[in-house]
Write a protein of this length. Structure first.
Length: 723
């Protein structure tokens, strides 16, 4: 949904678009005179609707609003807003210091409501509010006014303290918080000038007054590594440690595997089994086993840590895991979902130890066709812990321990991967960066992470297990009704976003025709074509943003990106709560249990999706912080870059060497006055006619960095030389 307002005529344009555009226009008109009734012909005249088609559309909207109780029909045939429906509720989405949007609760048909700063009633980003509609004056969105703040999303903010002799202010890190927070000297809690602190709001802003607050925690000096990481942890509401009771509960879990427990399980201890993980990993979720069968086929076991064996459903551990929902991976640390006793100890599939697992076992022929499948609880013994680098060495040299098993698994994985893409999977490959940090957390270097065959080997068998678990439960429908289950779904991309992406790609000389080639095929062709090119990362990132967001749900829809009709998350229960839910549900259905409460699990899915987004945002913030810090140390150097975005206030540039993104501000381009050509994603110099467009190769230098805001200001080297 577009967030950019365009200055237009005050007359509503109801002929463009369907119900989504017409409904707020009609509601806005009726709200101008609440309690007064209007005949349909009066509404049509007031809205300037003349042609028959548009009249029919508006009339249909009025009838639908009547059916849903939003408007009522009076005895004389006129229509008015229902008194109880004159207010709407939604969540604030702050855009800048001048205005925000209200995203209405559970209403995908109605456009977001634009609200000016003076009409926000002091509401801030993510607050839940009640809003009334106002006559539209500014743009294409309906306009409104906040009349009540139902709930505050947060009352604590992280920021940097600035002091004067009589008072202090906290300048929030959060980019959507546009107020400094006033703090009295007696409320500083020992904080000093330039400290990073947590401030709790005690008085919300009214009219032109700033919010007031008290400092509740001092995180350290601004710019210091631990202070900044703790700021990010606090900003996103992440937990710093486990409550003492949770740790005690984890420590009390017995570590001995009893003979009685082993008898309940399928025994894989004598079958070659190993893990392949990053070098610095400690929580080993998954292991693979391989043996050749007498008929020439291969039995591949995907063995997953049996977390739910150790975590009782009614325990405090369970509630803590449910609340956290996911582990969070910051640049220098992990905030785990489970205490270390479980994540790195009891549940972790460490080498040379017997471990309890939940497994998906497949018999595959040489073409990776599945001949048999089995799901259930197992016990394994991991013979080897491979790093990705060690496994890759086996594949490249054909030497070393277990090289035959690793090579055979890789051969099967390549066949599975080829089939997946033949069925329409999209080959999304994002470039992730890795920092080299010294003992103080200072970044010494930043390099892209490499993905090689060993990574894809593991990925392919995890995808296979996730897919087949989802299919197994879906196909066990009871009397035609699917069993309640947790799925990982990914909707088809929005056609408008695809069109925008095609225009973007065209700037780099890549022509996409989704109608002729199909979405998946066209995207894969593009991704293959741009591999190794300067624009690779920019286009891949935008392609991913074009896609719908994957989410957890009980709705058994498919996964567009993977081209799977049904998909779930089964393979990472140490770090994801949905996988724990899947383990419990799978065992319940293996035991012939009845379908569980769908509403209860849908709520858990929504919570898990929200926590996943929070984790991703925090991880990006920590990466951005280190990128900004790293670039602050190399301000005198020139860098090659590529224009990754063009806006009316500046030009975004991704630096090719470090994958860091910064902005050249329009105000800093002093060699000419540049005009923004929104339609063509470029700026044009008024006198020199110089054009800077999306995808252009440029040379930039760091002008300034801001750790607090995590921003990098750049300047074009060419401009410096000419000015």
């Amino acid at each position: 949904m577009s967030r950019k307002r365009k200055q237009k005529s005050n007359k509503p344009e109801v002929t463009k678009g369907g119900f989504k555009q017409i409904q707020p226009v009609v509601l806005g008109f009726l709200s101008e005179n609440p309690g007064r009734g209007y005949q349909i012909k009066q509404i049509l005249k007031a809205l300037g609707v003349r042609d028959a088609k548009s009249k029919g559309m508006v009339t249909e909207v009025i009838y639908r609003l009547e059916d849903t109780g939003v408007v009522k029909k009076l005895r004389n045939g006129s229509y008015t807003l229902e008194a109880e429906q004159q207010t709407l509720t939604g969540v604030i989405d702050s855009v800048n210091a001048r205005f925000a949007y209200v995203v209405l609760d559970g209403d995908e048909e109605t456009d977001d409501i634009w609200v000016a700063k003076e009409d926000l009633l002091g509401a801030m980003d993510d607050d839940h509010v009640k809003v009334v509609l106002k006559p539209k004056k500014h743009g294409k969105h309906p306009e409104g006014k906040v009349v009540e703040i139902l709930t505050r999303h947060r009352d604590e903010f992280v920021g940097r303290l600035e002091m004067s002799t009589r008072y202090a202010f906290v300048i929030p890190d959060f980019k959507k918080m546009f107020h400094d927070v006033y703090v009295r000297l007696e409320d500083l809690n020992g904080a000093k000038h330039n400290d990073k602190v947590i401030v709790k709001i005690t008085q919300w802003p009214e009219r032109d007054k700033k919010p007031e607050g008290i400092v509740t925690r001092v995180l350290g000096k601004a710019g210091e590594h631990n202070a900044e990481i703790h700021s990010i942890i606090a900003e996103f509401g992440l937990p710093l440690e486990f409550p003492e009771g949770i740790e005690k509960e984890a420590e009390a879990i017995p570590d001995k595997i009893t003979a009685k427990e082993i008898k309940k399980r399928k025994d894989f201890r004598d079958i070659t089994t190993f893990t392949i993980d990053p070098e610095d990993a400690k929580d080993f979720d998954d292991a693979l086993s391989l043996r050749k069968l007498d008929n020439g086929n291969f039995e591949v076991g995907v063995h997953i840590a049996d977390v739910t064996h150790y975590v009782d459903e009614k325990s405090e551990l369970e509630e803590e895991a449910k609340d956290r929902a996911t582990s969070v991976y910051l640049v220098d640390r992990t905030i785990p979902m489970l205490p270390e006793r479980l994540s790195n100890g009891l549940c972790s599939l460490r080498p040379n130890e017997e471990k309890l697992t939940f497994s998906a076992v497949f018999e595959l022929d040489h073409e990776a066709n599945i001949k048999k499948e089995w799901f259930g609880r197992t016990i394994i013994y991991s013979d080897r812990r491979f790093t990705y680098e060690e496994a890759q060495e086996r594949l490249e040299t054909g030497e070393g321990d277990f090289h035959e098993e690793v090579t055979q698994l890789d051969t099967l994985a390549k066949v599975l991967r080829k089939k997946r893409f033949q069925h329409g999977a999209v080959n999304f490959e994002t470039t992730e960066v890795k920092f080299v940090l010294d003992d103080n957390g200072t970044p010494l270097g930043v390099t892209p992470k490499e993905r090689k065959a060993a990574h894809m080997l593991i990925e392919e068998f995890m995808l296979l297990a996730n897919k087949k678990v989802a299919e197994y439960v879906f196909n066990k429908a009871n009397e035609g009704k699917p069993l309640t289950f947790v799925y990982r779904t990914h909707d088809n991309p929005d056609p408008e976003k695809l069109d925008t992406f095609a225009k973007f790609a065209n700037r780099f000389g890549h022509n996409l025709n989704f109608d002729r080639g199909g979405i998946s095929s066209s995207l894969n062709t593009l991704i293959d074509k741009i591999e190794g090119s300067p624009e690779q990362n920019v286009l891949q990132q935008l392609a991913i943003r074009t896609m719908a967001k994957a989410k957890y749900t009980t709705n058994a829809k498919g996964h567009f990106g993977l081209a799977f009709a049904h998909y779930t998350h089964f393979t990472s229960p140490i770090r994801r709560y949905p996988d724990m839910m899947v383990h419990r549900l799978l065992q319940h259905y293996l035991d012939k249990g009845k379908s569980v409460n769908e509403e209860e699990y849908e709520e858990l899915c929504l919570h898990s999706s929200e926590r996943e987004k929070r984790a991703a945002d925090a991880e990006r913030a920590s990466i951005k912080y280190k990128q900004v810090e790293f670039m602050s140390l190399v301000e005198a150097k020139d860098f090659d870059g590529i224009v990754s975005g063009v806006t009316e206030w500046g030009i975004f540039v991704e630096i090719t060497e470090t994958k860091c993104e910064g902005m050249v501000r329009m105000a800093d381009m002093t060699d000419d006055f540049y005009e923004f050509d929104e339609q063509n994603y470029r700026v044009i110099g008024k006198r020199n006619k110089r054009m800077i467009s999306l995808g252009d190769n440029v040379v930039v230098r760091v002008k300034a960095t801001d750790i607090d805001r995590r921003t990098i200001d750049l300047t074009f080297v060419e401009n410096d030389k000419r000015s």
